[in-house]
Every structure is written in structure tokens, then in C-alpha cells.
Design a binder for this molecule. Structure first.
Ligand SMILES: [Zn+2]
Length: 132
């Protein structure tokens, strides 16, 4: 396995010998951007996030589950493991957690929280550990 530096040197040398290959690769990359392929992948990812966070949101809406919180901005919403076992669970899920949840038929044990309430929940969890 080549290191990144070795691979860059190898590719530089390779492209120097065959400039037409370099031109072809550049054209292919630009064509992918121009056709919106990258945008469409980002759009699908966002749609999946919206679907999952809506499922786990307050009353099945895209909204934070914390009592009386009304955050609905998808950029500020996160997925919460209700039993605080997220670190362990993430190790067992390969790839996207949102895709995994959908593929499993939206199992129990998750909720949508805004980033502030995700932090607040963690602060409360840690302070309860201190009190014990
Ligand atoms: Zn909230």
C-alpha cells in the first residue's frame, strides 16, 4: 500500500508521461460536477436525514423532542440514542446511521433532539453521575 505522498508522486509522474489521460480525468471530474451528480447525492443524503429525523421527531414532525422546544431547523437537529448507548452502537453500524435506521424499519430507542438539547442531556447525565 502506497502512502499518500508516494501515490501523489506516482500520479504526477504518470500524468506527466500521458497528458491526454490527465485531460480526460479532469474533463470527467468537471462533467460530474456540471451534471449535478454531486448535488443529487447531497440531496439524497439530506432527504434521508429529514425522513429519519421526522420519524423520530416530536409527534412525528421534524422537531426537537425536548419538552417545549420548538427547534425545527434540520441543520440544528440531531439523532439521539435515548439510552445514551450511541458510542457503543455507532461501532456496530457501518456507514450511515440514518440509512441503517431506515433499513431496520425505524427501531425504538431513538429520538430527534436539537444540538443544544443533545448537549443539555449530556450535561444532566454527567452531573447525575457526580451525585451518585
Ligand atoms: Zn431542543
Amino acid at each position: 500500500m502506497m502512502s499518500r505522498i508516494e501515490r501523489n508522486a506516482y500520479m504526477r509522474e504518470r500524468y506527466a508521461k500521458r497528458p491526454e489521460v490527465r485531460a480526460y480525468q479532469t474533463a470527467q471530474t468537471l462533467a460530474r460536477y456540471r451534471c449535478g451528480g454531486c448535488v443529487s447525492v447531497a440531496g439524497k443524503t439530506r432527504a434521508l436525514k429529514e425522513e429519519v429525523l421526522t420519524h423520530y421527531g416530536h409527534d412525528g414532525a421534524l422537531e426537537c423532542c425536548w419538552s417545549s422546544c420548538t427547534v425545527r431547523d434540520i441543520d440544528m437537529l440531531t439523532l439521539d440514542h435515548v439510552k445514551d448507548d450511541g458510542a457503543e452502537h455507532r461501532k456496530s453500524v457501518r456507514g450511515s446511521m440514518y440509512a441503517w435506521l431506515k433499513s431496520q424499519g425505524f427501531p425504538e430507542g431513538f429520538q430527534t433532539l436539537c444540538a443544544n438539547h443533545q448537549l443539555k442531556k449530556e450535561i444532566l447525565r454527567r452531573s447525575s453521575l457526580l451525585i451518585k
